[in-house]
Design a protein around this ligand. Structure first.
Ligand code: NAD
Ligand code: DAU
Length: 354
């Protein structure tokens, strides 16, 4: 049994779906179901006894203590977070609550549980914290990619809150001996991505005939990783990572935002041409830049490859095509997110006794 937090969000849900498709081990999934949590994403698991969903907050110590005692997981994987940089700029408080205080409370619950385990299970236990490359700050065009040795220089309220959580995790290992692992990953993309983030927003806006808002000059650079590759990296680190270590995860796909947007437009031009025969590129609209916008992220994932033998399976070309096709094939999922109907999935699930 493993316990996953934030498993109704984009990466957590992809992880739970992949895990249950590949590993014969049950998952307890605790998720607060903020705007970013979507049980419809997990609809295929309905009735699956290997998936136990609990709506709750990682900062609710009584609930987390009870779940740990009841289910006796061999590992806790912490995906739960407020994840959107723009939201952190407009309202940082939730980010401090969940990413900092929530992680602190979770660590304390896990420490109490872990301390009470018999020696063999205590030795085998793992706490894996899912974090981001944004903790390292911004790179100049000629800087080498981030390694695990880079110092932390977070610039947004989001990245500062994630950096704080990483430091707490590190300290709980150093001070209390909690067996922790941390992964710092670049920008994910793929199925079930909430359409506030660049790639899904561009796809859904393009199809709706809306403007495609590109911040500033569109020349900010991100490294992109297909979400299923992130999931395989996490499984590998959980299985073989060295305690107390951090692992950078990336796709070796550095691209300026405008190139991403042009690629999405080109794929849509091919797969779902506009009725008027013109390109979706005509919808691109340059808008005011994000305050404090980091110029460039790039991940050096060689440690993970060298020490644990992990490599991404997907190229950017294959991953982005699959992603655009997924959104074209899942119009109802998108519609329910846009209309807010996905929120009803909580009620429907409980009414159905799931
Ligand atoms: P997301 O916003 O899609 O999902 C977050 C999930 O956490 C949601 O289901 C939400 O309901 C849940 N949640 C929020 N606060 C909670 C709380 N207090 N208690 C319990 N559940 C709570 O985020 P994501 O993109 O899936 O990111 C998952 C993790 O991966 C985050 O920690 C994020 O920092 C990290 N990360 C994301 C990316 C990326 O590109 N999306 C890249 C690197 C790292
Ligand atoms: O690097 C990892 C991080 O990637 C994760 O830790 C975060 O949780 C995740 O949200 C993501 O952060 P970004 O800020 O990089 O992602 P976002 O999709 O918001 O933006 C990607 C880039 O595109 C960024 O440079 C801002 C730009 N952008 C974004 C949006 C939403 C636009 O130009 N227009 C937009 O409308």
């Amino acid at each position: 049994m493993i316990l996953v937090t934030g498993g109704a969000g984009f990466i957590g849900a992809n992880f739970v779906l992949d895990w249950l498709a590949q590993v014969d081990e049950a998952v307890v999934n605790i998720d607060k179901l903020t705007y970013a949590g979507n049980l419809e994403t997990l609809a295929s698991l309905k009735g699956n006894p290997q998936h136990i969903f609990v709506q709750g907050d990682i900062g609710d110590s009584a609930l987390v203590d009870r779940l740990l005692a009841e289910h006796q997981p061999r590992a806790v994987l912490n995906f739960a977070a407020e994840s959107h940089v723009d939201r952190s700029i407009h309202g940082p408080e939730d980010f401090i609550q969940t990413n900092v205080l929530g992680t602190f409370r979770l660590l304390e619950s896990v420490r109490g549980y872990w301390n009470g385990l018999p020696a063999d299970r205590k030795a085998a236990f793992r706490f894996l914290h899912v974090s981001t490359d944004e903790v390292y700050g911004s790179l100049a065009p000629t800087d080498p990619a981030f390694t695990e040795e880079n110092k932390y220089e977070p610039n947004s309220p989001y990245s500062a809150s994630k950096a704080a959580s990483d430091h707490l995790v590190r300290a709980w290992h150093h001070t209390y001996g909690l067996p922790v692992l941390t992964t710092n990953c670049s920008n994910n993309y793929g199925p079930f991505h909430f359409p506030e983030k660049l790639i899904p927003l561009m796809i859904v806006n393009a199809l709706a005939g809306k403007p495609l808002p590109v911040y500033g000059d569109g020349m900010q650079v991100r490294d992109w990783l297909y979400v299923k590759d992130h999931c395989s990296a996490i499984r590998r680190v959980l299985e073989a990572g060295k305690l107390g270590e951090t692992y950078n995860v990336g796709g070796w796909n550095e691209k300026p935002n405008i190139e991403i947007v042009n690629t999405v437009c080109a794929l849509l031009d091919e797969l779902r041409p506009r009725a008027d025969g013109r390109s979706y590129r005509e919808q691109i609209s340059y808008v005011t830049d994000r305050p404090g916008h980091d110029r460039r992220y790039a991940i050096d994932a060689r440690k993970l490859e060298r020490e644990l033998g992990w490599k991404p399976a997907e190229t950017f070309d294959s991953g982005i095509r699959k992603t655009v096709e997924w959104y074209l094939d899942h119009a109802e999922w998108v519609r329910n997110v846009q209309s807010g109907a996905y929120r009803d999935w909580v009620r429907k699930q409980y009414e159905a006794g799931a």
